[in-house]
Every structure is written in structure tokens, then in C-alpha cells.
Design a protein around this ligand. Structure first.
Ligand code: 2RA
Length: 354
């Protein structure tokens, strides 16, 4: 398999290369990193300390899509919109990390642990959409709960890290944190990658706001699970908050079922799910790290970064039909690069694969 990583120098692109280096996708022969012209010729294999043979970075304008079987796009919606169909027309399978095609009826939106059947046939346009990072961890925690009852409503508050804003997001958090510690004016509202400064702050808006006051991120959290879980009538209410965390998204999730449910049954269903770690079961004897997941610790371990972490599964004292849970995952790995490459691995095992 010859695979191109479009946007290879970005945080998600680099994560893709690192995961490819780990052998996540079997049978990879060539890896072609593609980026803007300014990065042409860079040796990302050496920069990232990879064992995998990675070709020198190719400028997007010079990239020949006929030379690859798969192209994973992590370069933003404008690039995906402009180049995705061209690369697909050349015969490559496009796996797109942007929001460009996610809600198109003829583009599957796939989380392999949840709706692998969406890839039973080759995508009509040769394009598969990777869901938004906060959606992936949410549906991977919701899907196992369908074994204990029918889900009627989800209320989710997401606490999203700076890495969701890419390299510029990470720089803004670092710069504004360093600035405040060095005595900068805390009242300074100078706009940055996230709008207001993020250091020691929470910003209750991710992406632009609609006329009805909901942000684009909240709209993704509402629409994408319905498509992935094939629950068009699922009621979802979301609040998306940018938090001063380097990496790792967290979500407080309230799930209402059509019939009474028990936390212990939910934990049993979650424990049975692939690549998911359940905390606080039984009630923790040890440190808080045993009782619930936290982004700093989840993202500091190569193995933990590949799992969805669920803790604080508990009942709603006012509603026997409802449960709470706390869901944490690495948004660059689980929420982007890992899911995209798991889609590639799933597609490569399909009868229709070239
Ligand atoms: C964010 N989910 O966290 C968006 C895009 N990665 O900024």
C-alpha cells in the first residue's frame, strides 16, 4: 500500500506518521508526506525519529495522486474541498479529517468501532470522512451503552484542549501562559488562535456561532453522532468549551434511555467494548488516577493515548432512565490520526479494496 499524508507537518499529520511507524496499518510500502511548498524536501522521518522509510516532503502542487492507494487529509476544509475530489478521481481512497464532506449523504462518516458497516461498499465518491475529534470519543463511549437500552437523549459538555487548534493553538496557550507568569496584564483580551487568551481561562466557544447561538463545534457534536450511530432522531444538546489544557479532550456526558438503567450495567457494557478503559469499577481504593481519567495522564502514555477512557459512571438521582459519565481521549490520536488510519486498515480488509 502506498499512502500519502496530506498536511504532514501539522499536529495530526505528524501523529499519522508516528502511528504508521508503529505498524498500525499492515502492508504499507511507501509513505508520501505532502505539505505546503515551504516544507518541500524536509525529512520528517528523521525529524520525528521514525524507523519507517518516509519520502521527503512533497509540495501539494507537485503531488501526483496516481502514485498512491490512499491519501489521508489533515490540512483543513479548504484544501480537502479543493484537492480531495481530484485525488479520489485519480483512484486513491481519500480519508478526510476535515469537516468538508462529513454530512454529505454520499460520504460515509466512520468510526470503525461503531459503524464499520458504513464501509461495506467502496464509497461512491472515493471519499470517507473522519468525524470531529470530540465526536469520535463521544460515540465510542455511547455505542456500547446501546447494549443496555435504547438511547433517547444525550447532553454533552466538552472541554477541549489547545492542540485542537493545531500548532498555533499550542503556541497561543504556551505564549499566554508564559506571559501571565511573567507579569502580563490578566485583563488583556488580545485576540489569538482561540479569540480571547487561553491561559488560566475557559472559552465557551469553539468555531463560529450560528444565528441561534450554537457554535460550529456544538453543531458537529449534535449532527455527527446521529449519522454515525444511524439515530436520526437522537436528541443531542452540546456545549463546547476551550480549556487551558495542552492535549486531550474531556466530556461530561448525560445519557437518557427509554427505560430504567443501572450504572453497574453500563460499566459492564463499557468494559466489554474494544480499546476502552473503564475507571472506578469497583469503587477505587487508590489515587484519583484510578477513579477517573484526566487528560494530562491519558496523553502522557503511548498506550493510553490509543484508548477512550470512561469514568464517573453514575446514576442521575432524579431520573432512573439516565446516567452520567466522564469521557477522556487524546484528540490528536483517538480523535483524529488513529481513527483515520483505523479507517484505512478497515478499508484495506474489505472485498472491494483494490
Ligand atoms: C477543536 N475539534 O478541538 C476542533 C478541531 N480539531 O478545535
Amino acid at each position: 500500500m502506498n499512502i500519502a499524508v496530506i498536511g504532514a507537518t501539522g499536529v495530526v499529520g505528524r501523529e499519522c506518521l508516528t502511528l504508521l511507524d508503529s505498524g498500525l496499518v499492515p502492508g504499507v510500502d511507501r509513505v508520501v508526506p505532502v505539505a505546503s511548498g515551504g516544507s518541500a524536501g524536509r525529512d520528517l522521518g528523521a525529524e520525528l525519529g521514525l524507523n519507517l522509510k518516509v519520502e521527503p516532503v512533497v509540495a501539494l502542487e507537485e503531488f501526483d495522486p496516481s502514485t498512491v492507494d490512499v491519501a489521508v487529509f489533515s490540512a483543513g476544509a479548504p484544501i480537502s474541498t479543493a484537492y480531495g475530489p481530484i485525488v479520489a478521481a485519480a483512484g486513491a481512497l481519500v480519508v478526510d479529517n476535515s469537516s468538508a464532506f462529513r454530512m454529505d449523504d454520499d460520504v460515509p462518516l466512520v468510526v470503525p468501532q461503531v459503524n464499520p458497516q458504513a464501509l461495506a461498499t467502496r464509497p461512491a465518491r472515493g471519499i470517507v470522512a473522519n468525524p470531529n475529534c470530540s465526536t469520535i470519543q463521544l460515540v465510542r463511549a455511547l455505542h456500547p451503552l446501546r447494549d443496555i437500552g435504547e438511547i433517547d437523549r444525550v447532553i454533552v459538555s466538552s472541554y477541549q484542549s489547545a492542540s485542537g487548534g493545531g500548532l498555533r493553538g499550542l503556541e497561543q496557550l504556551a505564549d499566554t501562559t508564559r506571559g501571565l507568569l511573567d507579569g502580563a496584564d490578566p485583563a488583556d483580551t488580545t485576540a489569538g488562535r482561540f479569540g480571547p487568551p487561553l491561559a488560566f481561562n475557559l472559552i465557551p466557544e469553539i468555531g463560529l456561532r450560528d444565528d441561534d447561538g450554537h457554535s460550529h463545534e456544538e453543531r458537529k457534536l449534535r449532527r455527527e453522532p446521529r449519522k454515525i450511530m444511524d439515530l436520526p432522531g437522537l436528541r443531542v444538546a452540546a456545549t463546547a468549551v476551550r480549556v487551558a489544557v495542552i492535549n486531550g479532550h474531556s466530556e461530561a456526558v448525560h445519557v437518557t434511555f427509554t427505560a430504567p438503567v443501572r450504572p453497574e450495567d453500563a460499566r459492564g457494557a463499557l468494559r466489554a467494548a474494544p480499546d476502552l478503559r473503564v475507571y472506578g469499577d469497583p469503587e477505587p481504593a487508590g489515587s484519583p488516577a484510578d477513579a477517573y481519567p484526566m487528560p494530562r495522564f491519558v496523553c502522557s502514555s503511548p498506550t493510553e493515548r490509543r484508548l477512550v477512557h470512561v469514568g464517573r459512571v453514575r446514576s442521575d438521582p432524579d431520573d432512573p432512565h439516565a446516567l452520567w459519565m466522564w469521557v477522556v481521549a487524546d484528540n490528536l490520536t483517538v480523535g483524529a490520526a488513529l481513527n483515520a488510519l483505523q479507517i484505512v486498515a478497515l478499508a484495506a480488509g474489505m472485498p472491494w479494496w483494490r
